[in-house]
Design a protein around this ligand. Structure first.
Ligand SMILES: C[S@@+](CC[C@H](N)C(=O)[O-])C[C@H]1O[C@@H](n2cnc3c(N)ncnc32)[C@H](O)[C@@H]1O
Length: 392
């Protein structure tokens, strides 16, 4: 029997010791992936468990860590096709077959088959189309944002990147390589950020001008703060708030690398007491959400998110908007963005805000639409919903 086959036979495996396996054969990858999957759950998202596990198993070769990540993500991507009572080894074999077949001949999956890609309850919250389901089963694309006006220069330096078809994103590049971007001199020099295309669209829709005063109310680790700052040419001021201090710490670190100086990071828990009495030209509420727009990148969340999460997050989003809105100057713009697609977190939030805030008027974003939904199968990034109002 071939050595690799022998190791696939559980009875013949030595005790698993990854540090012994510089070549990391398939079964080691499966063992680690299985451990990650068994540990993951609603309170412990698989991507966090995976990160933690890979950090602890420093002895693994780069191609082994790639294979482990692929196994874990593909497991949840194809979970709807699996017999959960089968041995994990059998399930991994099924996942490999499905993922390979989808990459080779996606049309062999009929629309009706693809319904398994998401839980049934989601149909009461959105119009589930075959195109969206297909996009969920493909590997996500990796997007970079160059500094303003530097897209072409960055492309020349990094190579292995392509520009998006849409000219609305002049500084975006899709990375097609496999090397570690975080080790490049360009990353350390702050010449680019890894930022999904849909998130870049939010910054562009905000369209902040140099010298203005903005509030990024749910700034998190600063992905959009850095973009706003770049669009403002580092001139003016951005108040960047979040309720998670550890995220703001990360924001400060990233801002240092990106040489972004026109911001002030402050804590805000989303309550009625605002972090400042300043009146703003623009407020971005990039609210916490159920994240359906990221289900391509984060397939574990498909199986842990509940209708109750969606309802509760809808309430939080309404509260955040209501509390943040009065801080706008007359004529100032309020931007609501969520990387989700459920009715409760998109159209219902907009309807509720329109009723509660008569001093705000919707700003049209499409030819006829007052709101914008970005779809993974249209732009190639995450799904995202955006609404904009102007204070009268
Ligand atoms: C979608 S994330 C923000 C991502 C960030 N804007 C970016 O572009 O990188 C939502 C953020 O809202 C924060 N958050 C959650 N609940 C909040 C609340 N009640 N008040 C303020 N921030 C909250 C979370 O900590 C999280 O960082």
């Amino acid at each position: 029997m071939h050595e690799r086959q022998a190791r696939r036979d559980p009875a013949r495996r030595p005790e698993w010791r990854p540090d012994l396996e510089s070549e990391a054969p398939d079964w080691v990858a499966e063992k680690v992936a299985e451990a990650v999957i068994r540990k993951s759950g609603r309170e412990l998202p698989a991507d966090a468990v995976l990160r933690e596990t890979l950090r602890a198993e420093r002895g693994l070769a780069a191609d082994a860590t790639r294979e482990i990540s692929r196994l874990v993500f593909n497991y949840y991507r194809w979970f709807g096709w699996l017999d959960a009572t089968a041995l994990m080894e059998r399930q991994f074999a099924t996942v490999r077959d499905l993922a390979e077949r989808f990459a080779r001949e996606p049309e062999s999956f009929r629309d009706a088959d693809l319904a398994r890609a998401v839980p049934e309850w989601i149909r009461s919250e959105m119009n589930v189309t075959p195109a969206w389901l297909r996009s969920l089963q493909a590997e996500p694309r990796l997007w970079l944002r160059a500094k303003k006006g530097q897209g072409t220069a960055l492309l020349a330096k990094l190579g292995v990147c392509v520009r998006p078809d849409d000219p609305a994103f002049p500084d975006a590049l899709e990375f097609r390589g496999t090397s570690d971007l975080f080790r490049t001199p360009e990353f350390h020099a702050g010449e680019f950020e890894v930022q999904d295309l849909a998130s870049q669209a939010v910054g562009l829709l905000c369209n902040p001008q140099p010298g203005e005063t903005w509030w990024d109310a749910c700034a998190g680790e600063g992905g959009k703060t850095l973009h706003l700052s770049d669009l403002m040419g580092n001139k003016g001021l951005i108040w960047a708030s979040d309720r998670a201090e550890w995220r703001l710490k990360q924001l400060r670190h990233r801002a240092g690398r990106a040489k972004c100086f026109n911001y002030r990071a402050v804590s805000w828990d989303g309550g009625a007491k605002l972090p400042t009495k300043t009146k703003f030209d623009g407020v971005l509420v990039d609210a916490p959400c159920a994240g359906l727009g990221t289900w391509q990148r984060n397939p574990h969340a498909r199986w842990t998110t509940t209708p109750n999460d969606v309802r509760e997050l809808g309430e939080v989003q309404r509260r955040l908007l209501t509390h943040a809105a009065p801080s706008l100057k007359p004529g100032g713009r309020l931007i609501y963005a969520v990387c989700t697609l459920t009715r409760a977190e998109t159209a219902d939030v907009v309807t509720a805000f329109n009723a509660a805030a008569p001093d705000f008027e919707p700003v049209p974003l499409g030819e006829t639409e007052a709101t914008l939904t970005l779809w993974p199968h249209e732009q190639g990034g995450n799904g995202m919903f955006v609404a904009v109002w102007r204070r009268k």
